[in-house]
Design a binder for this molecule. Structure first.
Ligand SMILES: [Zn+2]
Length: 147
């Protein structure tokens, strides 16, 4: 599980992201998140809503994408060690999204509205997941500069 100092770092990153990047224009429901990477870095995110709703990005997604944009994949596909979410458990879609990049014992820290902070393994929240190992890896190696 995650120690208190790490939770504090994740909470601070989530809060910082929430203060500049939260865009709950339609629901008014503010969600912030942060991820812990293989290199012990933290990246925050917040929900960003889009008028048609289905294109809305959840806080867990934007936090993970911030880490990816900063180079998290340079340390392997499974770089996500922990995710912190305030104020609700990750939805099913986010559980699958996070699973794509999670180490096998990745931890989900949920900082609930009532102040309770709980920790669970992502594997417990997403039992019997659709795993990347179930599909062939069709990446072409060594072309990361191509686009
Ligand atoms: Zn979600």
């Amino acid at each position: 599980m995650v120690d208190q100092a790490t939770i504090d770092r994740l909470r601070a990153a989530a809060h910082a992201a929430g203060s500049v990047a939260c865009y709950p224009r339609y629901s008014g429901f503010r969600v912030t998140a942060a991820v812990l990477t293989a290199t012990d870095d933290v990246y925050g995110g917040a929900n960003v809503e889009v008028v048609n709703y289905s294109l809305t990005k959840h806080a867990e997604e934007t936090a993970a994408l911030a880490a990816i944009a900063a180079g998290a994949l340079q340390h392997g596909d499974a770089w996500l060690r922990a995710v912190y979410v305030h104020t609700a458990a990750p939805c099913g879609s986010c559980r699958q999204f996070l699973w794509e990049f999670a180490v096998h014992d990745a931890v989900v820290v949920i900082d609930r509205r009532d102040g309770q902070v709980t920790q669970q393994r992502l594997a417990e929240l997403l039992p019997d997941p659709f795993d990347p190992s179930e599909l062939p890896d069709r990446r072409i190696k060594g072309t990361s500069e191509d686009s």
